[in-house]
Design a protein around this ligand. Sequence first.
Ligand code: ADP
Length: 484
Amino acid sequence: MSSSFDPSGLHTELFIDGVWQKAASGATFPVENPATHEIIAHVADGGPEEAGAAIEAAGRAQAEWSKSTPRKRADILRRAFDLVIANTDRLAAIMTAEMGKPLAEAKGEVAYGAEFLRWFSEEATRIGGDSTTSVDGNTRILITKEPVGPCVLVTPWNFPLAMGARKIAPAVAAGCTMVFKPAELTPLTSLALVDIFKQAGLPDGVLNVVTTSNAASVVENWMSSGIARKISFTGSTGVGKILLRQASENVMRSSMELGGNAPFIVLADADIEKAVDGAMKAKMRNMGEACTAANRFFVHRSVAEEFTEKFSKKMSELQVGNGALAGTDVGPLIEQKGLDKVESLVADAVAKGARVLTGGSRPEGPGYFYSPTVMTDVALNSDLMTTEIFGPVAAITPFDSEDEVLRMANDTEWGLVGYVFTENTDKALRFSAELEVGMVGINTGIVSNPIAPFGGVKQSGLGREGGKAGIDEFLETKYTAIAI
Ligand code: ADP
């Protein structure tokens, strides 16, 4: 199967109650290829009317879907996994065309996203419960799990397949129905994934999708519907707070995967080759457009020069270009706004005394490209250190003591992930314990894993996705007291 983008088979409509349909108004919005500025599709632009139809369909489908057997849900997920894998090249080509990441990374995301479907197909049959007897022996206590109910799913553009799969799979496994709003910048991959669920036999009304150019109008409709029982959101902390306020009105269960400001710490005893390799992955995966991206590099002064030199060399060797072309390591950023933000963060750091070792500029257009950049002597009060960069820029700050670096690393309102490089297990465990984050990478630049609980503390979010914790987010606990 070819990896080139083929617009002929794309789904571009809303999917409500099992039926692909246009917006009632006939409105559409364009989807742009960020490497070329070409408009690759026009997608149905849903509004409150379609949002209402979608949440009502999810509400109607919930009762029967709750009673579906674990085996049926597992089989649907397993078929969806097989179909995603069989369609790897087509899905990767769509993702690269609408989002920009190089094809090899897009294929990696297909494998990663698919694994959520397989893992939760297995978990669907193992939800279980518990039972015990009261201490006075008079009551049998039966603990069961039930689906939360209709869920609102809202996803970002940076991992168009995996972010949807990570929410849809546990919701299906738990027996929840869904209304899903993918990011307006990358709706095509999500629509292709939804079609796969239809082919896999998901009943009508269980998964409904509304694409829109006006996210607030659709999602607010769902949040205030009184039908939705849960919101699962991945995106910026600012929008997460808006949704938490809306969730409070109907006291909805809330899972929030929000921003990050990951520290990447290289201790004096680190293996520098490993640290450089980890830095390339933690910084450059997805062009730096990941909430797990290393945002602040703290390197012990005794190894700072060696690390910086080797890391800068590797960064300068990366091939920037259209992700659909062979040999490309780094694709474009998603949009002009992202590019402007990266440019202004670099300018601010330079104004505050930072030195640019490599990159620091945007190559000739078209495309929202920015050169892989390494900066050193970055002042702690630079915007680069306090903002989620979401671009291929690494800011390196030397440190002298472990207490000092822990203080700097934790001096942020975010707490998603931290990376630590050391050959000393005691130090690794100390840093793992003392970093205020939900995830820690020791001698690795990648923590995302479908069978591990992904999530953050502080303003990086609430709840976990993936692993055993991932399905609990979609389950309620019921306890029944039975007199003996
Ligand atoms: P990013 O900055 O990564 O684009 P956003 O938080 O803006 O992150 O977007 C993540 C998702 O949230 C997208 O699907 C977007 O359409 C949606 N979104 C943006 N604003 C709102 C809003 N006010 N209400 C609900 N969803 C929103």
